[in-house]
Design a binder for this molecule. Structure first.
Ligand SMILES: Cc1cc2nc3c(=O)[nH]c(=O)nc-3n(C[C@H](O)[C@H](O)[C@H](O)COP(=O)(O)O)c2cc1C
Length: 165
């Protein structure tokens, strides 16, 4: 069976995802919020409302997310690929120059977005070289626009999503 990291990456690249910026507001005075480009985000449960994403243990922001009691998820729209690149740049995880707002927990979401979810961390699970962060959704927001999609290591424009979609 082919299962070395390169083959795994090639296999995962064939699975279409959206792109999110996951953020948290670390504890402490004068600590800036941080955000990370994430495509491991997925829905888990409707009742209770649960989602998850996975963080690489080698990430420069692993400790901040692993110890945070909450996180927020900004779902990007089709014209926001540059922001995906920005928050995926090693060591570059600040929101300087971007318009943000908070919902319930204090973790920031981008004002320009397709959708947003604010979450309290419900559980953390060790999973190989990643940690799974399960969140209970405490606030949501969505709009009728086109999502940013990611497949084959490329960004694509998705269809406009409406309530009737
Ligand atoms: C499309 C895309 C999806 C990504 N998804 C994740 C993810 O789900 N979890 C994660 O920990 N890192 C993910 N990353 C990597 C981080 O965004 C970031 O590039 C990496 O952590 C390097 O920054 P750092 O060295 O400061 O941690 C993704 C990167 C890209 C470009």
């Amino acid at each position: 069976m082919k299962s070395d990291p390169a083959d795994l990456k090639n296999t995962f690249a064939r699975f279409v995802t959206g792109i999110t910026i996951v953020s948290c507001q670390p504890e402490g005075q004068d600590v800036e919020p941080i955000g990370l480009t994430v495509n491991s985000f997925t829905s888990v449960s409707l009742n209770p409302p649960l989602v998850l994403w996975c963080i690489d243990k080698s990430s420069s922001v692993f400790d901040a997310f692993a110890t945070s009691d909450n996180y927020a998820v900004t779902v990007l729209k089709s014209d926001q690929a540059a922001l995906s690149g920005r928050f995926a740049t090693p060591g570059q995880h600040g929101f300087e120059g971007l318009e943000t707002e908070t919902m319930v927990t204090g973790a920031p979401v981008l004002t320009e977005r397709l959708a947003a979810l604010d979450c309290r961390v419900e559980a953390r699970h060790e999973a190989g070289d990643h940690m799974i962060l399960i969140g209970r959704v405490v606030e949501i927001d969505y709009s009728d626009q086109a999502p940013l999609m990611y497949v084959g290591r490329s960004y694509m424009e998705g269809p406009v999503i409406t309530e009737e979609s």
